[in-house]
Design a binder for this molecule. Structure first.
Ligand code: ADP
Length: 579
């Protein structure tokens, strides 16, 4: 099931944004449209000249064919040149708008609160950044300019027709109701039809993949029939969905094709009649038929891009929706006064109405080592993330030096507390950049000191700070990657670290080396360790036992063992086992 927590913009917002985007460069837009208009005007000359030729031939009037042909050629060339520049101008504008759209989107994505990203899962965001951006770029690059061109050309063709022979515009009107009604009919059903088709297809793929991945389970539990039945149902649903949209096309396409042919036929027919009646000249009929014929192309384009525009609109709604995420931290300008981290009556819920922390009070003394122990699922990691300011508490406060963590700007917060996890992503860039992420204004000597502190300077200097690493660059071993992550911490220099042992430093081959690097980072800082190995708790200044979202015991190892409570039991069983 797709979790969709990131919002989607509504129609009004998309429309307002599209308007703003369209009018952002009025000069360039006006220029491109003017060029297209001139091209269309040049295209109007051809039929007129041909009309004259036909007129001259049929009445036997004298005519300078050479000049006519020359003029004809001139207009064709002029049209080609104008259209070339028109397409260039509109493409350049499209690319520019697209580039800005992308940049804006990237800014918004990067500004997303971490808690939202985690809740939404990466799937939705990745789909938005890849599929939706692609769909939107197709719209901006092709659908919008093509539609505009079609509209401009169509309007001028129609204008030409009305000027040359207003009477001959009437027969084309026969097709309007046909095109209008059939297209409306189609569009009303198409969106849902295609959505259903995609969904049915996704279901089928998912079911098949599941069967293949779980082949052993299927075999051992004898689930063959059930899996086959599910696949059959999926195929049937997908088939029905495809049939439905095919049915829609079977109605719409012929209707549209007829809508194209009918005006031409009607103009020929009525043109002949009007000519016999003496209402129009043969030159007018010729030009009118050619105009109507030429109107088909822009009309066809217009209709075929309507779908695409809708797809683009849907993608745009999803991209714009990202901007609707409410920020979970507002820097209020409060200043931290001191280094003391304090949680007061903290409650937190991942889902509304389901608190996982129930009123936690905890003062952490500067410089102390606090170990958090307790059964899995008790809320240790959650509390750790709150103490690192990643999530804000639902009620209650987490403060550093009196300032709520969520009121501090991110870069300032990171100077106070940081969460140390196993995540040791190496970003594409130089080794220097990889360390500088923590504090972009740091100097080379500072970077060097940070790397020295975690025992990484030797290999980094051997490679050179300018070596490009990350995807596509020089490979970095996991242990080295972790050292880089630790060097970032040293550079950011927070006075307090929240350390999740379960997820940090688990590569046993590199463990010894990394323990040293980590010890260097921890030295002189306040450390809150989510302890999974009880000797961490044994060595800590204080131990907090977290049970069911509450701190049930708090004290030094010796006090807690002497108290013979939950911790003592835990220690006994662990100690007993390890002996
Ligand atoms: P611990 O670290 O002690 O194992 P956690 O803080 O990870 O405990 O989990 C506390 C409770 O919160 C558990 O019931 C867990 O299922 C729930 N929980 C943890 N992370 C999430 C999440 N991202 N979304 C929803 N529930 C979560």
């Amino acid at each position: 099931m797709a979790r969709q927590i990131l919002p989607v913009a509504d129609r009004a917002q998309v429309r307002a944004y599209a308007r703003r985007l369209a009018l952002k460069y009025p000069k360039q837009l006006g220029g491109a449209l003017a060029l297209h208009a001139l091209g269309a005007i040049a295209g109007l000359a051809g039929p007129l000249l041909l009309g004259q030729l036909v007129e001259a031939v049929s009445t036997g009037a004298p005519i300078d064919v050479d000049t006519l042909v020359l003029a004809f050629a001139g207009f064709v060339i002029a049209q080609a040149v104008l259209i070339r520049f028109a397409v260039y101008a509109s493409s350049a504008l499209g690319e520019r708008v697209l580039a800005e759209l992308r940049e804006e989107f990237v800014d918004q994505v990067l500004a997303l609160p971490l808690s939202t990203v985690e809740k939404a899962g990466s799937g939705d965001l990745i789909t938005r950044t890849s599929r939706d951006v692609d769909a939107l770029s197709r719209t901006v690059r092709q659908a919008v300019p093509e539609t505009l061109i079609a509209v401009v050309t169509g309007v001028f063709m129609l204008g030409g027709l009305l000027i040359v022979a207003p009477l001959l515009a009437l027969p084309s009107l026969i097709a309007v109701p046909l095109l209008w009604i059939s297209t409306r009919w189609y569009l009303k059903r198409a969106r849902d039809g295609y959505l259903r088709e995609n969904a049915a297809y996704a279901d089928m793929t998912e079911g098949l993949a599941e069967t293949v991945e779980g082949a052993r389970t299927v075999e051992s539990l004898g689930l063959h029939d059930r899996r086959r039945a599910r696949t059959d149902t999926d195929i049937a649903r997908s088939f029905a969905a495809e049939r439905y949209t095919l049915g829609l096309r079977m109605v719409w396409f012929p209707a549209v094709e007829m809508g194209y042919v009918i005006p031409v036929a009607a103009t020929v027919l009525f043109g002949g009649l009007f000519y016999i009646e003496g209402w129009v000249t043969i030159a007018q009929v010729t030009a009118a038929i050619l105009y109507v014929q030429q109107l088909v192309d822009p009309l066809d384009r217009l209709l075929s891009w309507i779908d695409e525009l809708q797809v683009g609109g849907a993608s745009m709604a999803r991209l714009l929706g990202v901007a609707n995420v409410r920020d979970d931290r507002v820097s209020t300008g409060v200043q931290a006064d001191g280094e003391e981290l304090r949680a007061t009556d903290v409650r937190y819920a991942y889902r509304d109405g389901h608190d996982v922390l129930h009123g936690i009070d905890l003062d952490i003394r500067p410089g102390e080592r606090l170990a958090m122990v307790g059964p899995s699922g008790a809320g240790k990691s959650t509390l750790g993330r709150l103490l690192a300011g990643i999530h804000g508490p639902r009620t209650g406060t987490v403060t550093v030096g009196g300032a709520p963590l969520v009121d501090l700007p991110l870069d300032e917060l990171r100077g106070h507390v940081a969460l140390v996890t196993q995540e040791h992503h190496v970003f594409r860039g130089t080794l220097r950049d990889n360390v500088l992420i923590a504090r972009p204004d740091a100097t080379d000597p500072e970077v060097r000191r940070a790397l020295e502190a975690v025992d990484a300077w030797e290999w980094v200097s051997a490679m050179g700070l300018d070596t490009v690493v990350g995807s596509g660059g020089t490979a970095v071993t996991p242990a080295h990657a972790q050292q880089l992550a630790l060097a970032r911490l040293v550079l950011a220099d927070p006075h307090t670290l929240v350390l999740d042992e379960a997820t940090s430093l688990i590569d046993p081959r590199a463990a010894r080396n990394l323990e040293r690097s980590l010890a260097a980072v921890l030295d002189g800082r306040t450390v809150i360790a989510i302890a999974h190995r009880l000797y961490t708790a044994h060595d800590a200044d204080r131990v907090a036992v977290v049970e069911d979202g509450r701190i049930s015991e708090l004290g030094s190892h010796h006090d807690l063992v002497a108290a013979k409570g939950a911790y003592a039991a835990l220690w006994d069983s662990w100690h007993g086992k390890s002996r």
